[in-house]
Design a protein around this ligand. Structure first.
Ligand SMILES: [Zn+2]
Length: 456
């Protein structure tokens, strides 16, 4: 997210000059903050709550976003400028304070923004975590994803002088695609198909196409997506720009260079549209977009963030008031199967909880709630919005790290093994063949190790 031209028209931005003190709002010791700055060739990262290794990792992601943006656009900076500041704010309150100060609070729900006048980016550490703990854990994908997105915007600020006039399909198309490129390049995801966040993005676009609501190329290029929910609009711009990138890469690069040379003007968006239509043709892009969307094959969908599925250790973190939930797309489709792995609780509370989810149906699902000292099987009725406790067992001894679990489903029967306990339950109304998923209770986080499904 970077500032949109609407804000200028409404006059809510007043060209504030950022002082370092403003940037450090929410922190008390400017000396401590100064020591927490990690500067590279392009960016200066202010992230006092991260460990030195975490800050280096974050800076590497920002640098990768710089490289991806210059490669994608074919643009190079005119000269060597000062590193552009990126701030990772340790708390929601600190982020919101800066957002209020710089933009009047326009990016409260975004969790990140790039600011035109100061050419700085601000990112909220997310999902939230107690500040002292932020030093001890890897930087969440959610935070690094926002960081790469904003770093792409800052790169465009450095590469062009007319960035305030860039249409949103262009600026957000670049930023969302750079995020994808960087996530893959830095190992944050293995593929968009195997990542729950990108899975959700694909599902948004697939759903729009299914309902015949996918915007036309013309309305995308006119920035006329006002009828769409904002996250759908982001998904559409990502998918559209992705088609340009993957199918018309050379033409796109030439177009980006041409855009960088255009004079600022109220007709900037129209001129961009006309130029792009000349370069790639309206009809071929529309066809390519439809084909691309038909070809989307996500294997995960994230209902609420966030599950990181790269590698064998999957960290899942929940926001404070929403349970994190990610589902496999495909039903298990077998009469008998075992879902097994190990779990490490990371939550701070007395009863952290991670959930193995089963048999996703319109009517509801089954949740196997794992806690250090207890295991419970629950059934969710989605229509009534109620929970039914099927069976629960207190463990004789609390489990420690990497506690093994297994959930066996066969003939409407469920057998759960965890922490030395075995629970059995029959669910006569369920085939248990629907998709499985993983969840973490609101405010908690933890790690899933080597989760695997075996059918037989
Ligand atoms: Zn953006």
């Amino acid at each position: 997210m970077s500032e949109a031209r609407g804000a200028r028209r409404s006059g809510s931005l007043c060209g504030l000059t950022l002082t370092w003190l403003v940037a450090f709002a929410g922190h008390t010791s400017s000396q401590a903050d100064a020591s927490a700055v990690v500067a590279g060739a392009h960016f200066a990262l202010h992230a006092p709550s991260l460990s030195p290794a975490g800050a280096r990792r974050a800076l590497a992601v920002a640098d990768a976003a710089w490289d991806a943006t210059t490669a994608l656009t074919g643009l190079r900076p005119a000269g060597r400028g000062k590193p552009l500041p990126i701030h990772v704010h340790a708390t929601t309150a600190a982020y919101r304070a800066v957002d209020r100060r710089l933009t009047g609070g326009r990016f409260r729900k975004n969790g990140a923004f790039a600011h035109w006048d100061t050419r700085s980016a601000h990112i909220e550490y997310a999902p939230p975590l107690a500040v002292p703990r932020q030093r001890a854990v890897d930087v969440p994908f959610q935070t690094l994803r926002l960081l790469s997105h904003e770093a792409a915007h800052l790169t465009c600020f450095a590469l062009t002088t007319n960035y305030r006039d860039h249409p949103e399909w262009f600026s957000e198309g670049i930023a969302t695609n750079v995020t994808e490129i960087v996530a893959k390049r830095t190992g944050l995801i293995e593929s968009i198909e195997d990542d729950p966040y990108f899975g959700r993005k694909m599902i948004r676009v697939i759903e729009l196409a299914r309902r015949d609501r996918l915007p036309t190329v013309e309305s995308i290029l006119n920035d006329d997506l006002d009828g769409l929910p904002w996250l759908d609009a982001y998904a559409v711009r990502w998918a559209f720009f992705r088609v340009l990138r993957l199918r018309h890469g050379d033409a796109l690069t030439r177009f980006c260079v041409a855009v960088s040379r255009m004079r600022r003007s109220p007709a900037f968006t129209r001129r961009c549209r006309e130029r792009l239509e000349r370069v790639v043709g309206k009809r071929p892009v529309a066809v390519a977009l439809e084909e691309s969307v038909r070809g989307f094959r996500p294997r995960w969908v994230e209902l609420s963030r966030s599950l990181e599925t790269a590698g064998d250790e999957w960290v899942q973190r929940a926001f404070p008031r929403v349970n994190a939930i990610a589902w496999r797309i495909e039903p298990v489709g077998a009469d008998a199967y075992t879902l097994a792995g190990r779990v490490t609780f990371g939550g701070e509370g007395e009863t952290p909880q991670m959930n193995v989810l089963l048999d996703r149906q319109r009517s509801g699902f089954v949740s196997v709630a794992l806690q250090p000292n207890r295991v419970t099987v629950l059934e969710r009725d989605a229509t009534q919005r109620t929970w039914r406790r099927v069976i629960t067992r207190q463990l004789e001894r609390p489990v420690s790290e990497k506690a093994p679990f297994s959930v066996r489903c066969a003939d409407r029967r469920l057998t759960v093994s965890f922490g030395g306990a075995t629970l059995e339950a029959t669910l006569p109304d369920r085939t248990l063949r629907g998709p499985w998923g993983l969840g973490v209770q609101a405010g908690d986080w933890g790690t899933w190790h080597g989760v695997a499904l075996e059918t037989r």
